[in-house]
Write a protein of this length. Structure first.
Length: 162
């Protein structure tokens, strides 16, 4: 996966508006477009994308810990938000983008630091102006459920999309 270090290397407005959301997500997966810096910073990456779903894998490391030595809830939220919202992106038509309107997570157990996890987001409803998705974080090695989430995303016209 291709990462970037400068704002100008992120996908452009024309990258966003010139292809469908599924095409955009597939281009990131293939390394044709840069992955977002937050994925590298938090130790996860896009590993699969299909129509209506997106999968991320990652391992929370020392930098994701809170003062109590547990994986910070923000790490759970960020990987879930990424998977659920990117699943929504796969349903967005050419000339449109999404933004997360709200999301909710339920942490069912603590992820031990250094444990590889897989997070799958799936679209439950894809509408013209809003979409709803859900997701789960599970251990790659033991399939244990660590967290679930839901999101509502707003669909809007891409910048410079004519």
């Amino acid at each position: 996966m291709k990462f970037v270090d400068a704002l100008e290397d992120l996908p452009s407005a024309s990258d966003l508006g010139s292809r469908s959301g599924l095409e955009f997500m597939r281009a990131i997966l293939a390394g044709e477009l840069a992955a977002p810096p937050i994925a590298r910073n938090l130790g996860f990456q896009l590993t699969d994308v299909e129509d209506g779903s997106a999968t991320f894998e990652g391992t929370p490391e020392f930098g994701a810990l809170n003062p109590m030595r547990g994986v910070h809830g923000g790490w759970y939220g960020t990987i879930l938000d990424s998977a659920m919202a990117c699943a929504v992106m796969t349903k967005v038509p050419q000339g449109a983008i999404y933004t997360t309107l709200e999301y909710k997570i339920n942490i069912t157990r603590a992820i031990p630091v250094g444990t590889p996890v897989r997070t799958i987001g799936s679209v439950d409803h894809a509408g013209r102006t809003t979409s709803v998705a859900s997701g789960e974080i599970r251990g790659i090695e033991d399939n244990r459920l660590y967290a679930t989430g839901t999101t509502t995303c707003l669909i809007m016209k891409a910048p410079n999309a004519g």
